[in-house]
Ligand binder design. Structure first.
Ligand code: DX5
Ligand code: ZN
Length: 219
């Protein structure tokens, strides 16, 4: 099996203590910090912005996986790259010039990625796959943590895994939403190798055990 990365979502952390919260998951074995940027327009919730990413970058010991759920990625994505995003994932539904944006992000030295909502056809990804390093398959509708995993996401992950193999692409598949000890086995089996987890990690009393459980799928 491939090596599995766990990316705890800071959306589920205590917002008054982001520094200690981020350190705690680093100590617990997190591979990336997943940063859910929401603009109150593309999604019905408002979270972090550019200054937050900049501040987190200064204290973080692991790469930042920045997922921008915003209406105008063409205009704003580069600001998040400059702020310190290592992976920058924008929504295929929101970008006007998705291909151009992947190029701009890569030229700036970050790893471009795409996120796709549960109700969006995977065919939109097809021409873009060679140009990205990460796909975020949303397994809930974006906007909030703690939602129920949509089972139909599994066949979408499998389709992507198949494309990667068939086309020998160098990219990872992350699954985002409702990943926990009940769902992780089937998610990994379907071919995901980056597990975004908010509630399942930050909500656990033992975060190290929670991350290990996700990595080993031994529920
Ligand atoms: C949803 C976000 C997710 C969310 C996952 O809009 O993109 O990253 O934080 O949270 P859980 O793991 O609690 O479903
Ligand atoms: Zn996310």
């Amino acid at each position: 099996a491939q090596d599995i990365w766990v990316a705890p979502s800071l959306l589920a952390a205590d917002p008054l203590n982001f520094e200690t919260e981020s350190k705690s998951v680093e100590d617990a074995g997190a591979d990336l910090h997943h940063v859910d940027v929401m603009d109150g327009h593309f999604v019905p919730n408002l979270t972090f912005g550019i200054p937050f990413v900049k501040a987190l970058k200064k204290v973080s010991g692991i790469p930042l996986d920045v997922h921008i759920m915003i209406s105008n990625p063409d205009e704003m994505a580069m600001e998040y790259v400059k702020a310190g995003a290592d992976y920058l994932l924008f929504h295929v539904e929101a970008a006007t010039h998705a291909h151009r944006l992947t190029q701009v992000i890569a030229e700036a030295g970050a790893k471009p990625g795409l996120a796709i909502n549960p109700g969006t056809s995977l065919s939109l990804l097809e021409p873009l796959l060679p140009f990205v390093k990460m796909i975020n398959v949303m397994s809930v509708n974006p906007g909030f943590g703690g939602q129920k995993f949509i089972r139909e996401s599994l066949s979408r992950i499998s389709w992507l895994r198949n494309e990667i193999e068939k086309r020998s692409l160098d990219m990872r598949i992350q699954v985002d939403g409702g990943v926990n000890k009940e769902t992780v086995g089937s998610v990994v089996e379907a071919g995901a190798d980056v597990l975004v987890a908010g509630t399942a990690v930050y909500g656990a009393s033992d975060r190290k055990a929670a991350i290990e459980l996700l990595k080993n799928q031994n529920s």
